[in-house]
Design a protein around this ligand. Structure first.
Ligand code: ACO
Length: 326
């Protein structure tokens, strides 16, 4: 059986670090409030002129180098992002050009914080169907440009970053075992960005309404997120005849520590098997999972044959999981 196997990982975060104490200087908040409610201590912020395609390209170069794959060998690039350089064309087209991946198709996936897993699923399907041999999957965001820096409920949560994986066709038992994707478009307005769209066109009124920024009803999102993240992880295990005892590593979407811990507890994985780095990067939406994966991979924490579980939840709502035999 042909499976899609991750043969390289890479990540990149902007140099500038913003701590919780930096927020204390311009809004009514505190390091203590942010840490206890979200688990976040600091996040990285893109420099002026540094865009999602730049972060994505650097993460991709590192993943390609680890895999020993040349850009021109790639059959396709899929990028999960909600903060692309332009409304269109897709930011992956810019990455394709930056890399010189002249034989690769390129398109973006818009599934908010689940974007990387939606992209991973499509790339794995192409490989398993025999339509591609080498794919590059990226999650990259510059969220700090769409958050409302006057809204203390949201601006403290997010950061910028990118992660990437190279997927290659592999004959055998190792690779992506299954992916599971879900959407519920009925609760869109609990987490979304109204502006920069064809529905809310540029206007003084839209500017005054702060329509160009991310909007979120945090409490409502919290409840749905924990339930969905748990269910979609259980779905992955059940589909493969496994239980949480079989899992060596859970890499969840890094939204905030309370969502992470509540989900891991329900899955009976609230121990060293759940990887958490939200304290250092905040919520980087589509980038959290590949960024965390690259950290654990480069630290040598994953062995061949390990069972690795990913789960994510985000705006849409969208939620997804992937189960991998490394
Ligand atoms: N500093 C100080 N006080 C604050 C801040 C802040 N940064 N933000 C809000 N508060 C205040 C509120 O104004 C409120 O004050 P009030 O009682 O006087 O009105 C009080 O703190 C409590 O506000 P809540 O919204 O009830 O705080 P809560 O404990 O729910 O925490 C949070 C808010 C962290 C956003 C939480 O709802 C949450 O984690 N939601 C999940 C949303 C999330 O992570 N979304 C990310 C995108 S989706 C995803 O990735 C899964």
């Amino acid at each position: 059986m042909i499976r899609a196997r991750i043969t390289g990982t890479g990540s990149y975060v902007p140099e500038k670090v913003m701590t919780n104490f930096d927020f204390e200087k311009f809004m009514e908040t505190s390091d203590e409030w942010i840490r206890t409610r979200t688990g976040i201590r600091e996040r990285h912020v893109a420099a002026d002129g540094e865009n999602t395609s730049d972060l994505a390209t650097k993460a991709a170069e590192r993943a390609l180098e680890m895999a020993g794959v040349k850009p021109e060998e790639l059959d396709g690039i899929i990028l999960g992002t909600i903060t692309g350089d332009y409304p269109w064309p897709a930011t992956s087209c810019i990455v394709q050009a930056n890399l010189g991946a002249v034989n690769a198709s390129a398109h973006d996936v818009s599934a908010a914080c689940s974007g990387f897993l939606f992209a991973l699923s499509s790339a794995a399907d192409r490989i398993q169907a025999g339509n591609a041999k080498k794919m590059l999957v990226i999650g990259a965001e510059v969220l700090t440009r769409i958050i409302d820096w006057e809204d203390r409920n949201t601006c403290i949560l997010f950061g910028d970053g990118a992660g990437a994986v190279v997927l290659e066709a592999h004959e055998g038992e190792n690779g992506i075992l299954s992916t599971h994707l879900h959407t519920d478009g009925n609760q869109l307005e609990l987490l979304y960005q109204p502006g920069f769209s064809t529905k809310i066109v540029p206007s003084v009124e839209a500017l005054e309404n702060r329509d160009y920024f991310l909007k979120m009803q945090g409490n409502e999102v919290f409840k749905v997120a924990v339930r969905s993240l748990t269910e979609v992880a259980e779905e992955a295990l059940e589909a493969n005849g496994m239980t949480s005892e079989d899992v060596n590593l859970l890499i969840p979407h890094q939204a905030n520590i309370r969502i992470l811990e509540a989900t891991a507890k329900r899955l009976k994985l609230l121990d060293e098997r759940t990887y958490i780095n939200v304290d250092r990067f905040g919520n980087t939406s589509g980038a959290t999972i590949p960024l965390a994966l690259d950290e654990v991979n480069r630290a040598g924490r994953i062995k061949e044959g390990d069972i690795v579980l990913f789960n994510a939840f985000g705006g849409g709502f969208t939620w997804a999981s992937a189960l991998i035999r490394w």
